[in-house]
Design a protein around this ligand. Structure first.
Ligand SMILES: Nc1ncnc2c1ncn2[C@@H]1O[C@H](COP(=O)(O)OP(=O)(O)OP(=O)(O)O)[C@@H](O)[C@H]1O
Ligand SMILES: [Mg+2]
Length: 484
């Protein structure tokens, strides 16, 4: 008897569970769950008092409302966008793998914050402008409105500020599996704004970069690899490395710094290039130290041949989407083959300080636009004393609490230079700095930069060989010639 009762209860339980599973399947497989949710939302709206906040696309003066853009990014990033009735699909930055969801008009997107339910609707105003409507219960408003908006700003900022990476090449290729690059967070604070240089030149570089990143189709239509090569050259301490960081921060590109001393041979260099992601900044610093003077051969400390380097510069292996930057102190002794148009698209000369850049440094570092010692500084600079921005900035950082002391130390350094007590490099570089620097020309229909006529090359050559010894520049004559 008890046994039969047990069997009956078991059968009843199994039937209830099966019914439940079938109902659930039915509800989810049909549009029923969707209808139920709608009813639930409708009832919820009738029971509770709600408040609506509008985020218009433009403000009352017709200017762009920046909050709109941020809300748009935030709402489109919500997982619930996938559940809305109508969602647009676009290809993302990497069109072969990325797909971006974007809401269509009048779609409701629910969100949750601190236990409260809110919803967004993207609508249109009477004048056709877009807007977002944020709806939340009045009872939740005081508790969540401010922190919720703050949360949106933080999320969007995090999305925009993808952390840049600096990649450096490994010493050996012993472990193929770990790849040839090691990455670190790239947090160099230099930006286009903090760089002290001719404003026109800076703007031209910015628009050149912007134009390049939008020109993929154009390059491909011409049958060209979509890459752009920059040469930054000039005396030490004039901001070449800082400018590379500024370029990376401006483009939001990762930086791959190739240390040629750690490259075994040409095929190793190819391997490095193959492992570089598209839309990256590829950097070789101090290239002049590796290239033999006006000869067709390379290279110091590395087994790379000149043809290997030229192929690398031409982006023969996976160069598409790259911006390459090479730095040199002096390009006069470099084989013109290395610098020919197309191989180097943009030449930018970084000069020593003139009075105008001195004033910009004083403003940035000391917060002053005028000072009674300025005419004195101007006079010494005009009488031929030169100094690098790096030296000035060091003196200003060290004396940042006292502008007068800072300026006096700059004057002392300039006087030392003028009277022959300064470094040879500084005095001789003067002649180079005073030569015309850069002019803009159109080249191959894509646009390029060319420097003006360089000044007193011989003098600078002397300087180079002297300062070379000091900083341990490679002596070509004593190194094996690896040209193939
Ligand atoms: N044009 C500049 N604008 C702003 N800061 C500068 C500039 N030039 C130099 N500096 C300052 O001087 C320091 C050294 O500059 P940087 O290392 O970029 O020079 P460099 O040209 O790469 O020198 P080197 O040829 O010796 O590598 C930087 O920390 C930067 O703060
Ligand atoms: Mg440098």
């Amino acid at each position: 008897m008890v046994f039969f009762m047990f069997i009956n209860s078991l059968i009843l339980l199994i039937s209830i569970v099966s019914l439940f599973i079938i109902c659930r399947l039915f509800i989810y497989r049909t549009a029923l769950i969707y209808v139920l949710r709608r009813w639930f939302r409708f009832i919820d709206e009738k029971i509770y008092a709600h408040q609506i906040f509008k985020v218009p696309e433009v403000n009352e003066n017709g200017q762009q409302n920046h909050l709109f853009k941020k809300v748009q990014v935030y709402v489109n990033s919500l997982a619930s966008v996938e559940d809305s009735d109508f969602t647009n699909l676009f290809s993302g930055e990497n069109s072969s793998t990325d797909i971006i969801l974007s809401l269509d008009d009048n779609q409701v997107v629910p969100d949750k914050f601190l236990g409260a339910k809110v919803s967004w609707v993207n609508g249109r105003e009477n004048n056709g402008q877009r807007c977002f409507l944020l709806k939340m219960k009045r009872k939740d408003k005081r508790r969540i409105l401010k922190p919720y908006l703050q949360h949106i700003l933080t999320v969007v900022e995090g999305m925009n500020n993808k952390e840049l990476k600096l990649f450096i090449n490994n010493l050996t290729q012993s472990d193929q599996n770990i790849g040839r690059w090691r990455s670190f967070p790239f947090r160099h604070p230099s930006t286009m704004e903090t760089m002290i240089m001719d404003v026109d030149l800076k703007n031209k570089v910015k628009s050149d970069l912007e134009m390049f990143i939008k020109s993929k189709q154009h390059y491909h239509k011409l049958g060209r690899i979509w890459k752009r090569n920059y040469l930054l050259y000039g005396p030490s301490g004039t901001g070449k490395s800082s400018f590379i960081a500024a370029m990376a921060n401006f483009l939001k590109y990762d930086v791959y710094e190739v240390d040629l001393n750690r490259v075994k041979d040409d095929s190793d260099l190819k391997m490095l290039m193959v492992q570089i992601n598209s839309k990256s900044l590829v950097v070789i610093e101090d290239l002049d130290r590796f290239i033999c003077k006006k000869s067709s051969s390379l290279m110091s400390g590395s087994g790379v041949s000149l043809s290997g380097l030229l192929n690398f510069m031409d982006g023969m292996n996976n160069g598409d989407g790259k911006i390459m930057v090479f730095t040199m102190n002096n390009k006069d002794e470099i084989d013109p083959m290395v610098l020919r148009p197309g191989r180097i698209d943009v030449h930018i000369y970084f000069p020593l300080c003139d009075f105008s850049s001195f004033k910009s440094l004083a403003h940035s570092y000391l917060g002053i636009r005028e000072h009674k010692l300025f005419p004195h500084v101007e006079e010494i600079i005009q009488s031929g004393a030169m100094i690098s921005p790096a030296e000035i900035s060091e003196l200003m950082v060290a004396n940042r609490n006292s502008p007068s002391r800072a300026l006096k130390s700059v004057i002392t350094a300039l006087q030392l230079n003028l009277n022959g007590g300064g470094r040879v490099e500084r005095r001789l570089s003067d002649s180079v700095a005073s030569s015309p620097a850069i002019s803009y020309t159109e080249e191959n229909g894509i646009g390029g930069w060319k420097e003006g006529v360089p000044g007193l090359k011989k003098l600078y050559g002397m300087l180079k060989s002297k300062s070379s010894n000091k900083i341990g520049v490679f002596d070509c004559a004593s190194s094996p010639m690896m040209e193939r």
